[in-house]
Design a protein around this ligand. Sequence first.
Ligand code: ZN
Ligand code: ZN
Ligand code: ZN
Length: 357
Amino acid sequence: MVIHVCDEAKDLKKDFFCPRDLLVKEMKYFAEYLSSDAQRWEEVDISVHCDVQIFDWLMKYAKRHLSQSDIERPKLEPGNVVSILISSDFLKMDSLVQECIEFCYKNISAIVSTNCNMNCINDTLLSRIADLFSHTEGDEILDRKDKFKSKLFSKKLEKLFDRNYNSPDSLGSASSLHRCSVCKRLLTDTMKKRVKCMPSRMTIDKHGNLTYSHLRDTSFDVNEYLIDLKSQLKTWKDVYWRVWGTINTLPCSRCSEIFPLVEFGHCKYHPEAPRYDNSILEGGSCIGNYPCCHQNTLRFDPTQQNKGCRVKDHIVYINENTSSSSPDVTLQQHQKVYDDLLAHREIICVPYQRPTE
Ligand SMILES: [Zn+2]
Ligand SMILES: [Zn+2]
Ligand SMILES: [Zn+2]
C-alpha cells in the first residue's frame, strides 16, 4: 500500500510503499483504520503528517526482517532518538518505543547536547524513562540547558507522592506527608511512630514504654509546601532531594533516636560531662549540672530527654536491628540511604533551630 507522508515543517511530500500485513503488524496504529476486508483497504488512502526522514527511518525499521530486501536495520542516534520515540509511540510500534526508552537512558547526556526538543515527550513516556534512572544516575546527567534533568526530577518527585509506587530509591513514601503542629516536623505515617515529638506529647504505653504522639496540623497543605520549597530551592532536583530527606530516616547510636535525614546535623549533646555534687555527708546528689550550659540533670532521668546544648552529626549505626524494625528493608538498602545522604547533604539537610515550646 501507499502511504503519503506530508512533512509540513520542510514543505515536502513523499510516498512510501509497504505491504499491508507488515504495516499493520509493525505500526499497530494503522490496524485500527485498516479493516481486514481486502476489498475495502484497496481504496484506502493513508496520509501521515511526519518528518520525511523520520518516517523513512521508521519504514526501514518496519522492513528490517524482510529477507529479500537489502535494507539494513537503521540505527538510533542521540540526534534522532527523541523524534523516533515520539513517532513510534504515536504509531504504536511497541518494541521500538522500548528500544528508544532504553537508548535514552543509556545516552541521555549525549542526547541533551543535540538540538532535540524534549518538550514533546508525553507524560507516559517520561514516566517510563524516569523509572530506569536511579536518583543518583539522574543527578549525574550533564544537562547544561536543562532539557531533561528538571523533568526527570519532577517526575521522580511525583512518584514519591504516589501511594501505589514503590520507589527503589526511597524506603519512605510521601503519600502520607503531614505536619505535626507541636514539633513542626514533617512526617509520614511510618515515621510518626518512630520519630520523637516534644516532651509535652510524651505518654507511657500499656507496656510501660515511652511513646510520643504527634498532633496532625490540619492546616498543612502539601501543595503549598511544595510551591514554597520550589521557590526557595529553585530546581526540582533540589526539591526532590529535600523531600526525599524528609521522608527517609536512619538511626543514631549516640542519641538512640530515629532521625529524619533532613536533621542529620541535629544530634544534641553536651560538650562537657555533668557534675554531681558528691558530698559524702549527703550520700551523693542525684541532681547534676552541665558546666557547658548550666542545665540541671538527673542521674537517672526516667523521661530520657536529650537536652544537649550543642548539635553535631548523628552517628549512623546500621545493623541487623535496624532492619528488624522493618523486615522488608535490607542492610544494603539502609547503607544506600546513608550513602545518598552523605553525597547530597548540602541540599538535603536543614539548619538546626532550637525548638520553642
Ligand atoms: Zn510532633
Ligand atoms: Zn550543655
Ligand atoms: Zn544522634
